[in-house]
Design a protein around this ligand. Structure first.
Ligand code: NAD
Ligand code: UFG
Length: 337
């Protein structure tokens, strides 16, 4: 019998792409999303890509009664927990909202899972938990720290999940630390659709390419990197989605809690990404150099060997594929969903 996966935040950017990979891998999927940063349209499109219906419940992970009802009515095997707010700047302005949504929401979810006896969890963590790394590439055993409420919410959740496991070793938890997810499904039907002005590099570049923004502002040209601009480990969202399928397979025969980096292990600068996007869209894209953005690190890229060894997972898609797929999505859906 196929396993049923409850996907919180399954209508979001990474969630929809992961639902597709899950369905293609033979899992049954049930989405719980409050649509605070998404809409049912993304799920409709994922349905047309897979040819399968994707059942969803509109609701909040902070709603304990709703969660009890979901676990009573569906034989859930594993929860993949994407639901969360993710804007660093917003988290500085509205810390309580971030802690309430991300940290309390995870507590309410874990409580309901415990009541229902569902103790298999895949959690969306972030490379942000490494703070400013002392060296590169970053291994999972590096010290963790946080410099903003968003990052702190991820770190608090990782720590509370570790406590949960210590108290009850029946829990089985994969902490997936994503580096910089970009790209889109190759169909061009789904992709990243940020509300308002994009905070992140790739959606911003894509909006410049499609004519929604005049130019890219490059935050900092004086970092100790080859061209002076910030270096990151960009990972195609389809590779990231595949990493979740591998994490589910890992949970089937391992007990415990473990953190895995999901990255390519390659660092690319802001200007590298701009050039790659110019090639993908066939236009030259204007940019202006500006001051560093507060809180940014110079360079951040993963050592992805643990995921290769234990999850049997490696990123396969390169920067050209990331840009080509992001451009297909953006050019065919200039205003998003
Ligand atoms: P997203 O905003 O596109 O998706 C998150 C989804 O969760 C949205 O559909 C939103 O409506 C839903 N949601 C938020 N709060 C909820 C709540 N209380 N109850 C129910 N649904 C709720 O973001 P994403 O990029 O797909 O990120 C998914 C996860 O991965 C997040 O936890 C994020 O912090 C983490 N992450 C993202 C990145 C990135 O750069 N995109 C990097 C590292 C980690
Ligand atoms: N950048 C620009 N101009 C922009 C946007 C970004 O120059 O308009 C630069 C940044 O300064 C940085 C790089 O592009 O050097 C990448 O910035 P992003 O905002 O795209 O990504 P970050 O590495 O800052 O952060 C992202 C997510 C975090 C997550 C982190 C690690 O936003 O939530 O990756 O996974 F924690």
């Amino acid at each position: 019998m196929s396993k049923t996966i409850l996907v919180t935040g399954g209508a979001g950017f990474i969630g929809t792409h992961t639902c597709i990979k899950l369905i293609e891998s033979g899992f049954d999927v049930l989405v719980l999303d409050n649509f605070s940063n998404s809409s049912p349209e993304s799920l409709k499109r994922a349905e047309s890509i897979t040819g399968h219906s994707i059942p969803f419940i509109e609701g909040d992970i902070n709603d304990a009664a709703l969660l009890d009802e979901i676990f009573a009515q569906h034989a859930i095997d594993v929860v993949i927990h994407f639901a969360g707010l993710k804007s660093v700047g917003e988290s500085v302005q509205q810390p309580l909202r971030y802690y309430h949504n991300n940290v309390s929401g995870t507590l309410v979810l874990c409580d309901a899972m415990q009541r229902a006896g569902v103790k298999n969890l895949v959690f969306s963590s972030s490379a942000t938990v490494y703070g400013d790394p002392a060296s590169l590439p970053i291994g999972e055993d590096f010290p963790t720290s946080a410099i903003n409420p968003y990052g702190r919410s991820k770190l608090m959740i990782e720590e509370l999940l570790a406590d949960l496991y210590r108290a009850d070793p029946e829990w089985n938890i994969a902490l997936l630390r994503y580096f910089n997810p970009v790209g889109a499904h190759p169909s061009g039907l789904i992709g990243e659709d940020p509300a308002g002005i994009p905070n992140n590099l790739m959606p911003y570049i894509a909006q410049v390419a499609v004519g929604r923004r005049a130019h890219l502002t490059v935050f900092g040209g004086d970092y100790p990197t080859p061209d002076g601009t910030g270096v990151r480990d960009y990972i195609h969202v389809m590779d990231l989605a595949a990493g979740h399928v591998q994490a589910l397979l890992w949970l089937e025969h391992r007990r415990g809690i473990k953190a895995f980096n999901l990255g390519t292990g390659q660092g690319y600068s802001v200007l590298d990404m701009l050039k790659a996007f110019e090639q993908a869209c066939g236009k030259s894209l204007p940019y202006q150099l500006a001051e560093r953005r507060p809180g940014d690190v110079a360079s951040c890229y993963a050592d992805p060997q643990l995921a290769a060894k234990e999850l049997n997972w490696r990123a396969e898609l390169d920067v050209q594929a990331m840009c080509a797929d992001a451009w297909r999505w953006q050019s065919e859906n200039p205003d998003g969903y």
